[in-house]
Design a protein around this ligand. Sequence first.
Ligand code: PMP
Ligand code: GLU
Length: 394
Amino acid sequence: MNQLSDRINKLSTSATLAMAAKARELRAEGKDIIGLSLGEPDFNTPDFIKDAAIQAINDNYSSYTPVDGYVELKEAIINKFRRDNQLNYTLPQIVVSTGAKQSLANVASVMLNDGDEVILPCPYWVSYADIVKLNGGVPVEVKTDITNDFKMTADQLEAAITPKTKMIWYSSPCNPSGSVYSKEELRALADVLQKHPNIYVVSDEIYEHINFIGGHFSMAQFEDMYDRTITVNGVSKAFAMTGWRIGYIGAPGWVARACNKYQGQITSGANCIAQRAVITALNADPSKVQYMIDQFKERRQLILGLLNEIEGFKSNEPEGAFYVFPNVSHYFGKTIKGKTINNASDFSLFLLEEAHVATVTGDAFGNPDCIRISYAASKEQIVEALKRIKDVLS
Ligand code: PMP
Ligand code: GLU
């Protein structure tokens, strides 16, 4: 008999992590799998950050930290928000967590009651829907597609709002589409929200620095949205620190206090060594990590060019993050190498089994016509992967 809670039984496995695990399994069997599934920079954490962590160990940082993070780290976050986003937060508005994923889970947990609706412009990051559901919320998907660059319009937002709408969650730059909302586009959404003063926004800005067009804008920069926006960020992507597990929010004080209370019962706060290292990371000039962003930009051009040469892949031009999200519905209903492809999940599995390239099905992001390909991989791997994909499809 299944003794697990209904809550966990209803939860899906994270498709990004599941695909990464599957790729690892196949590799252990001796298969030469190229992993383009996980959104994880392939760079090492920069030495100046590693040195700060080593120093912290030698300085005997080993005790529990304040639940919401070291004051020095919260000050570094406040400075970062001011320097990069022209956002003014104070110490009680900042909470440091075990990755932005936990920041998001905290916010869902402290904000949502059963039946509260959360609007998710589709495609959305894989974990949003499940984090919302886990906390009793109801995800409301707003479909977008390549024709509007995968961005939700003001009209679509207006149409999705009901008396039960509590929040809107989006990422910009977007995982998985790479789209970046401009100031004007965010203003149009904010104008709609002016008519609905009880709706809050989660602005996930974890790819902020991986932006190829410049001009990152935060929803909280609008004065009338500041008190209604939870700005989520972290160091996993820009600083190549996925395994260090540090994320944070800047939020209205009452939200931050609730997250602090929640975290105090759940984790007691984030890892002390990682927090010390992140103080150094955030206080550094962002130009120190520009070499990684330059690389991602080159790889984006490379992969877009190569995708163009493969029949049936329709892509937008991502403006940030490190993913392409091509529509592959051209292949639905076709049988290749004896395998019938009915949907994006079949297609992604086909690529794994036949081309030995790991991608993620668009279903996981609320778009069943697309697959996500991460180009946080070396140029050699990208070239080889796309060659394999082209070969098995032709
Ligand atoms: N938001 C988005 C859009 C992401 O792609 C990720 C990927 N890890 C996260 C949040 C969570 O990041 P982390 O927990 O590693 O800080
Ligand atoms: N955010 C990354 C991704 O989308 C890492 C995996 C995860 O945290 O789910 O692939």
